[in-house]
Design a protein. Structure first.
Length: 550
């Protein structure tokens, strides 16, 4: 039970404000109508974080991060939306006969009494930041209303009527979900059918998190609506399908790729959100260090040869390829690409979409491209022996060829190509260079703080001939959803296939031999590139260790 103490008295007792400041704020409060805490924050006497820490440690009121909380729809239905907005209070769940409610001002006893009388339940209060609370209230009640409307309509309308009507609740629900994902900077939205629920998860800065849960009986109308948007076969539920559509957020248009996959509980749908602005990234602004940028520019300035960008799915390879094409794109150059799918459209570049059902594969597309007098060719991915042979031979006939390959690092690319059936002398003759990359989350600039480096991390720096006493981390704030990270950047390793390296390739040596020679020539491994970015305050060692091995 919260002690009936006043916020002003607590702030004075803790020395955060003076009695004079409190008196001045109380006088001003009479005219402004603002809550005392909001007024003190607006005047700069305290920060919201100081208020939260005071209430948490002095009165033992738990502080919650709402993006990590599972919000129970049954609890939300107990408090009307107008009451939730009036008191800045969001019901989270029912626990041991009590209603757990998040509030920005847990000492607002009038509001607590109002909620208790409205719900006829004991209220247990936790504290959340005002900005996060307002966002969560708006989202929870909008989704709740759409879900409620959908369930009602499903009793009266047929499924076909639901998914075809542009004003139906399912359209509103999906529009809200996609708009929310775009506003949070999500790259993917997952609709995952479970036994009794549909779990909705967003991938934000490379990390998945659960955002909502819907009743499983809504799966049919949700998948039906998304299939119509993506141009998929709505009656086919036994095989995977792929499609795409555009979505207008009101501020910008987002290109969305949709993929369906049959699971034991129904079709799982994943939406990949593609912001066209990402196609306009300049080569100088995609995370290359000065040394690696110089090597990469030198590599792509070659008149012919094969350049490969390697890394796992979702490591930013396509962005790097498009940045290179923008850098090379001139009036006197003919650039042709063959992609599956064409993720972004580039002005002045001739882009070809792979269409296997019509007989247009990577290899057949590449054969046709070579009859189109190209200077530079980009192949979306080297997937098989036939495509590998085509890109190798294309690069040996006077064309600069750029493509991607799935390998763990740069040096393993040589043997990977040979495993695909390419003769060592062809790999040696054609390969100009390799870029391996990963994406790491960057530290949020709003809550970035300098701290002492703990001993285990200091040892990592020392092992790489770097001496630091302090580095930066993100404490967590509303702007980064309390994660300490906001946005992502690439870390790279760039390997030039020069004369000495080509001799080793012909001899078919193990990866360790290639790496040993590369290190002697000044090669900087991807972990070391990441470590320099930790030292300059761009990311953290924990994040670096999450995405790549030391």
């Amino acid at each position: 039970m919260i002690q009936r103490k006043r916020l002003g008295d607590l702030l004075v007792e803790s020395g955060l404000i003076t009695p004079q400041q409190l008196q001045q704020a109380l006088e001003e409060q009479k005219d402004s109508g603002l809550k005392l805490g909001d007024l003190l924050i607006a005047r700069g006497y305290i920060t919201e974080q100081q208020k939260i820490e005071l209430l948490e440690f002095q009165l033992g009121i738990p502080h919650v991060q709402l993006h990590r909380q599972k919000i129970d729809d049954k609890a939300v239905r107990l408090i009307p939306m107008n009451l939730a907005k009036k008191h800045q209070a969001l019901p989270l769940r029912i626990e041991s006969g009590k209603l757990i409610v998040a509030m920005s001002d847990p000492l607002d006893y009038y509001a607590i009494d109002d909620l208790r009388m409205s719900t006829d339940m004991l209220i247990e209060v936790v504290i959340a930041t005002k900005e996060e609370l307002n966002r969560a209230i708006s989202r929870s009640y909008q989704v709740q209303q759409s879900v409620h409307d959908m369930l009602e309509d499903m009793d009266t309308d047929t499924e076909d009527e639901e998914i075809a009507d542009e004003s139906s609740p399912v359209v509103n629900l999906l529009n809200q979900t996609i708009s929310q994902a775009v506003s949070l900077g999500a790259s993917d939205v997952h609709f995952e059918p479970q036994e009794a629920i549909i779990k909705v998860r967003f991938r934000i800065d490379g990390v998945l998190r659960t955002e909502n849960e819907f009743p499983i009986n809504m799966l049919g109308v949700i998948t039906g609506r998304l299939k119509i948007l993506g141009g998929l076969n709505i009656t086919e539920k036994r095989v995977p399908q792929d499609g795409r559509f555009e979505f207008d957020t009101g501020l910008k248009r987002i290109d969305i790729r949709i993929s369906s996959l049959p699971t034991i509980h129904g079709e799982k749908l994943v939406l990949r959100l593609l912001d066209p602005a990402n196609a306009n990234r300049e080569i100088d602004n995609i995370g290359f260090s000065e040394q690696n940028l110089s090597l990469f520019k030198k590599m792509i300035a070659a008149p012919y040869g094969l350049i490969l960008i390697t890394g796992p799915t979702g490591s930013g390879k396509t962005t790097t390829l498009y940045s290179a094409l923008r850098y090379l794109n001139r009036d006197d150059v003919n650039i042709v690409t063959v992609e599956d799918p064409v993720e972004y459209q580039l002005n002045g570049v001739n882009q070809v979409q792979v269409n296997p059902s019509a007989g247009l594969s990577y290899s057949t597309g590449l054969r046709s491209i070579l009859r189109q007098d190209p200077d530079i060719v980009m192949v979306g991915e080297v997937r098989d022996n036939e495509t590998a042979e085509m890109v190798i031979r294309s690069s040996m006939t006077g064309h600069l060829v750029l493509s991607t390959l799935h390998t763990n690092d740069a040096v393993s690319t040589f043997n990977r190509l040979m495993d695909m059936g390419i003769e060592p002398f062809l790999v040696s003759s054609s390969l100009r260079g390799i870029v391996a990359q990963r994406l790491v989350r960057t530290i949020c600039t709003s809550c970035k703080v300098e701290v002492e480096i703990p001993s285990p991390h200091r040892e990592i720096f020392e092992a790489n001939q770097m001496k630091l006493e302090k580095y930066y981390i993100g404490k967590g704030c509303d702007r980064c959803n309390q994660t300490g990270y906001r946005g992502r950047m690439a870390i790279h390793e760039v390997l030039i296939a020069d004369g000495e390296m080509k001799k080793l390739i012909v001899q078919v040596k193990p990866d360790t031999d290639y790496k040993e020679l590369a290190l002697k020539q000044g090669f900087r491994p991807i972990f070391l590139d990441g470590l320099y970015k930790v030292a300059t305050g761009l990311t953290t060692i924990s994040e670096l260790q999450r995405v790549c091995m030391e």
